[in-house]
Design a protein around this ligand. Structure first.
Ligand code: HEC
Ligand code: HEC
Length: 390
């Protein structure tokens, strides 16, 4: 086992990396044969999809894997620290017991008891509350933290309406104006695009294809040089991820719950004439800064009660950040999308972000467009559940 006491810091990017780099798709095949995949309304539960799940049985596969990312980010432990070294590249080995897995199960029970006994069962104490990115929580306050200038507040904690802020309508209108005006934005009903996708390893660029249609449908395909293909689709109602065996233990994973709400808004933001209607309970917080630029923060609630946070550059009016959240049994999972490189879609008079960077608990992913074609007819089948990519 690695010497975790010497671990300098969390490396969340590495959380998934070991199975990825050590992975050989062939290794997983025999085991995958026993895995059935259910597409559509009833996503498969973790208890049925995996071999040795004792506590997290009744959550869908995407939420289960999100929970694993949460474990890693909260404790600073890599996947293979809790699972065995051999599990890098062999998903079947993840079912093996290990002292840290047993410990983590005990921690889940403890955490649930703390929340039940003290906080009416609300999820307020999570793995992160105590661990803060290290496997052995500190028993004393940090003097460095005490005397360092306050760290930037991450927008996204539920915000409340701040006094004397521009209204949500003003902020959204300024944004639509900044990208071309309502009429031209409404006239852009679809686009296709090509570019590059950079996953875990900055050296490995994949070819990127994007298909998008209003009011919010998409298919995003990243083709790796080695033939691995990752596909994300959203048909307006359901979303799926088809990933190669080196990256995910299940070939086709439906997106569920609050995460699905997040994907929906992300898709709608590409055709932002209807954002106002997409969320309710809008509030505008105190302005903050991102990379030294002043930004306005607005937050709203999705139909299913999830939170979405949008940050707009106060100078340009452009949407620069979208923060979305998924639920897990052990705490809230956060994903941040930073938009930049706004450029004109040829012949459309509308600007879209040619670059967006997705930062989540298990890595950082960069999408860069190089060419975009407006108002292309895209068959509905493009947005449906993709074929498993293996
Ligand atoms: C803090 C320890 C810990 C970390 C870190 C961790 N896991 Fe787990 N993992 C567990 C526990 C505990 C279970 C069993 C859950 C249960 O019994 O409900 C599990 C189960 C699994 C399973 C199901 C295996 C099977 O067939 O039964 C998979 C797959 C998995 N983890 C993947 C991952 C991945 C990928 C990562 C890195 C992103 C990861 N885990 C990080 C503790 C951990
Ligand atoms: C109330 C605080 C608290 C919460 C909540 C908590 N932990 Fe812990 N955890 C600790 C403490 C304290 C230790 C170290 C105990 C020791 O040193 O023996 C620990 C130890 C661990 C260890 C063993 C680390 C090692 O290196 O031996 C794992 C794994 C772990 N926790 C995972 C989790 C997970 C996963 C969650 C969320 C489900 C969680 N913990 C929630 C306080 C907490």
């Amino acid at each position: 086992m690695t010497d975790r006491s010497k671990r300098p810091d969390i490396n969340v990017g590495a959380a998934f990396r070991r199975p990825v780099v050590c992975g050989a798709a062939a290794l997983a095949v025999a085991w995958l044969a026993s895995v059935t995949v259910v597409v559509g309304q009833q996503p498969q539960l973790a208890g049925a999809a995996f071999k040795n799940v004792q506590i997290l049985k009744d959550i869908p596969v995407d939420e289960f894997l999100g929970t694993m990312g949460f474990f890693s980010a909260a404790t600073g432990l890599n996947c293979t620290d809790c699972h065995s070294e051999e599990s890098g590249g062999n998903w079947a080995k993840y079912a093996d017991e290990s002292p840290l897995k047993i410990r983590a199960r005990g921690m889940m029970r403890m955490m649930n008891t703390i929340n039940a006994m003290n906080f009416g069962g609300r999820q307020v104490v999570t793995c992160f509350t105590c661990h803060r990115g290290v496997s052995r929580p500190s028993v004393m306050p940090s003097l460095d933290l005490l005397y360092s200038s306050p760290p930037p507040i991450e927008p996204g904690d539920p915000i409340t309406q701040a006094p004397n802020q521009p209204s949500v309508d003003q902020i959204l209108e300024t944004f639509v104006q900044a990208i071309g005006g309502a009429a031209r934005v409404a006239a852009l009903t679809s686009f296709t695009a090509q570019g590059t996708y950079t996953g875990f390893d900055d050296a490995e660029k994949s070819d990127l294809e994007v298909y998008a249609a209003a009011p919010g449908k998409h298919a995003i395909i990243a083709r790796g040089k080695s033939g691995d293909t990752t596909t994300w689709t959203f048909d307006g109602t359901n979303a799926w991820l088809a990933a190669p065996a080196v990256a995910k233990p299940i070939p086709l994973i439906p997106t569920t719950g609050a995460d699905l709400d997040g994907v929906k808004l992300e898709s709608q933001l590409r055709f932002p004439t209807m954002i106002k209607q997409a969320l309710t309970n809008w509030r505008v917080g105190y302005p903050t800064t991102i990379d030294d630029e002043d930004v306005a923060i607005v937050q709203g609630t999705t139909v299913n009660g999830a939170i979405a946070t949008l940050c707009f550059d106060r100078k340009t009016g452009l949407l620069v950040r979208y923060v979305r959240y998924a639920n897990s049994p052990v705490g809230r999972i956060v994903t941040r999308i930073d938009y930049s490189d706004y450029r004109d879609v040829p012949n459309a008079g509308v600007k879209i972000p040619f670059k967006w960077v997705v930062v989540g608990l298990t890595g950082r992913f960069t999408y860069q467009l190089t060419s975009v074609q407006p108002n292309v007819a895209i068959p509905a089948s493009r947005f449906a559940a993709p074929a498993p990519s293996r």
